[in-house]
Design a protein around this ligand. Sequence first.
Ligand code: SIN
Length: 523
Amino acid sequence: MQIFEFDTIVIGSGLAGLTAAYHSSSFGKVAVVTKSELDISNSYYAQGGIAAVMTSDDSPALHIKDTLTAGRGLCDLDAVEVLVNEGIERVNEIIGMGMKFDMQKGKYLLGMEGGHSKRRILHAGGDATGKVLTSFFLEKVKEKPSIYPFEYLSVVKLLKNNDRITGIMAIDLRTGSNIIFKAKAVILATGGLSRLFARSTNPDTATGDGIALAYEAGAEIADIEFIQFHPSALYIPGTDAYLISEAVRGEGAWLLDHNGNRFMKEIHPLAELAPRDIVAYSIFKQIRESGKDYIYLSLKHLDPEKIKNRFYNIYIHLKELGLDMTKDLLPVSPAAHYMVGGIRTNLDAETNIKGLFICGEAASTGVMGANRLASNSLLECLVFGKRASEKAAQLTCANCDTGILNPVKINSENESTFLTFQNETATIMSKYLGIVRNKSGIEKALANFREVIEKYRHEKDDYYLMKIFHSATICSLIANAALKREESRGGHIRSDFPEEDPGFQVHIIQQKNKEIQFEPVRK
Ligand code: SIN
């Protein structure tokens, strides 16, 4: 097997991975490993923007309050304070580096999204913030001679020696060859898992691989039952659940039922801009009661020119599908969008395993609680990506041996088995672990996942069979936590426990070969 040695390995090339790589390059040689191409990531597709306090009528205290309110009592206060306060520094830092956010007459154009009490969403290219921001960072990363990108490498194992991470083993998806990367620190920024559900706003790559790798290595997984469903994904059978940014509602778009009523007005004082969990659940109920698969988003009452300019990419995409967003009612329904929990870290993005750091959607830093405040995620990437790189740089590794490893092979005959499993799993996840869950449904799903885990637990050398094992493991982690949390809170709603229970103001922590733990929130 080929062996490379680096100071830091970053897995993933979304905003968190690129931020971590950029800052790590000041301290040594960095490998950026991604299973597709460098510019394919969930961050790339972010339409809304990045939340930060940028005006004198706003304040960190207000941003913290909004984050805590959206998080439904499950945010760790110290982590939220770091996010908001350092977030301002990080945003100003990237502006100083040359990042251009949308401006008018010398002032930032700030957007509005659900749960925010002030306009504080910086955006770029109108509705193309993720694309502009990740492209900006990609250029910065490419300028750094100490950063080495590796594309089409899928990580199959996190390597450990003496209870610390010493590197990774990856398989080249084009040639099938196995490669070992040794390093003092691994920063995992592999994103979320929303593609485990049948309807998702995420790219195909968002399958939670990093969660499975970290769990197998002994990392703690926190609050993974909380899945954020984006309220307004386009609903056209046979097409993808295309995201129609919440920023569209921030500019005044309405959600209408099949009788043309603005139903959100009766549900929450912020109406269409209520926190995302409330809007998604309200749409779910409308859909169930109407017997239709969607409700409508309407912008017909808004200035068409303004809408076209502000949301140019969405406008064009919908036009290609035969819809004029300034005139037509847009059919929408919720779709899996964001993994709120993840691999547990401290404030330095460090896990319970020495040498393993997590940032971005893959991490559970404590800032998201039970429901992420819109547009806080890109901010989290900047803040904790930098923190991870700085802490990782302090590590030494006296014996970074990776030991003898069995190679993993790609047996293409097993690909169809994997794809069939993936489709069946997506149906089960959406049916039993979607917006609303209950005990008997979760137990059915869990029984299925346990059977798959049992069947494939020894298949560690076959790429596709190992992927089945990993996916079933992640799904069972979601189901285990969803079963234990006998209450409704944020992105976890139980029809058999419809109320929020103050006794459940705890994080649910899972670790391989250990009983589930409950840990108090840091207030
Ligand atoms: C959106 O544009 O609605 C998505 C933004 C986010 O998920 O934070």
